[in-house]
Design a protein around this ligand. Structure first.
Ligand code: NDP
Length: 355
């Protein structure tokens, strides 16, 4: 049973060398006196929150990994043996599993049976799994979007961001995104239907980049083509924040009255020893903004409602989903650390046992 082990606790940016691949053995039988299942892992999900579990933190919302043991995370798997009444052999499941070929899963409260297999199975690590729910909850439940509003999304081409942008377009909003390469910006505009986008690495004056791109979206919306009307009357109604830091600070200067901010994540801050200060919080008072953080784990009771919405959208081609699939457990550490340099284009998944 090949597995990816955390070698030691990490401080600062995680590196491939913080993990290693090793062989082990596993009994492919679930203990009869338990509610456990034994699974064959098919796809593993690389998610930014995993970096916290690689650190030794005193207080966090989820426990740290144990050095010497396999990394755990979301994945898609096939049940090989089960002592759990809700799962039987050959069921396909998604949920928390191990970074290894086969896993014994004893904590099954984050394990969901897959009922629909006419879509790619890897989607249950992305659009049909935790990242999909994250986009859905943050956008619809927290931001109360209305037709014609201006939405800005950071890390917009990623697992969560690409969906938020498409949801916003389907809602009749004008959508601007930022991402870290021209290839990603191109995806935003030409694959996901964003009205405008910018490469934040090439436009480090985020305030100016935001003003320009939201203005372009306004021009598109109003079909005002003349520079005579160049003004910045409006701004952002909804900010779906995936990155925090300086981009959040610039967004705060460009909000409209009664704007909403879903604080989904702050990936630009995760590996910093000293988090960057955010200076423009006065905007929250002056613009009467609602800013709310959330953890998707608290909203899984809404998963059936989400599936009901998203499955037809996938089948009818109303949403698309870009995945970046690394092949084999040996490539999993690089795929995971790549999230923090933007190496992934779309949802980062690792295929295991798929040959
Ligand atoms: P992505 O697929 O978007 O991958 C991470 C991306 O973040 C990278 O590709 C990179 O894209 C961008 N990034 C990395 N470092 C920086 C930086 N310093 N500044 C700006 N952008 C950076 O990941 P997910 O979609 O899975 O996650 C997006 C966010 O959502 C994360 O903050 C994550 O923690 C959060 N999240 C929150 C959940 C919740 O319950 N609240 C649940 C799931 C995710 P680029 O090339 O554009 O820089």
């Amino acid at each position: 049973n090949m597995k990816v082990i955390l070698k030691h606790y990490v401080s600062g940016s995680p590196q491939e060398t913080d993990m290693h691949l090793t062989a082990g053995t596993i009994k492919l039988k679930a203990p009869t006196d338990s509610n456990a299942v034994v699974v064959k892992n098919l796809f593993l999900s690389c998610d930014p929150y995993m970096v916290f579990k690689m650190m030794k933190l005193d207080r966090h919302y989820s426990e740290s990994y144990t050095p010497g043991l396999p990394i755990t995370g979301y994945g898609v798997a096939k049940v090989l043996d089960s002592s759990h009444p809700d799962f039987k052999n050959d069921d396909l499941v998604w949920g928390l599993t191990g970074w290894e070929e086969y896993s014994l899963i004893t904590e099954t409260n984050h394990l969901f049976k897959i009922q629909h297999t006419d879509v790619p199975l890897s989607y249950y690590a992305g659009i049909l799994g935790m990242p999909g729910m994250t986009a859905y909850i943050g956008f619809y439940e927290l931001c109360s979007p209305k037709t014609g509003e201006y939405v800005f999304v950071s890390a917009a081409s990623g697992a969560v961001g690409q969906l938020v942008g498409q949801f916003a377009k389907l809602q009749g909003c004008y959508v601007v995104g930022c991402a870290g390469s021209n290839e990603k910006v191109d995806l935003l505009k030409n694959k996901f239907g964003f009205d405008e986008a910018f490469n934040y690495k090439e436009e480090p004056d985020y305030n100016a980049a935001l003003k320009r791109s939201v203005y372009v979206a306004i021009l598109l919306a109003t079909e005002v083509k003349s520079d005579v009307q160049l003004f910045f009357p409006e701004g952002i109604d909804i900010y779906f924040d995936n990155v925090g830091g300086k981009i959040l600070d610039a967004v705060l200067l460009n909000l409209r009255v009664y704007a909403r901010i879903a604080v989904c994540g702050m990936i630009s801050q995760y590996n910093l020893e000293q988090p960057e200060g955010v200076h423009n919080l006065t905007s929250i008072v002056m613009k009467q903004v609602r800013m709310q953080g959330y953890l998707v784990f608290d909203y899984y009771h809404l998963y059936p409602k989400y599936l009901q919405m998203i499955l037809p959208m996938i089948r009818e081609g109303k949403v698309v989903y870009v995945e970046d699939i690394a092949d084999g457990l040996e490539n999993a550490p690089a795929a995971l650390v790549g999230l923090f340099s933007g190496r992934n284009i779309g949802k980062q998944v690792v295929a295991v046992n798929c040959v």
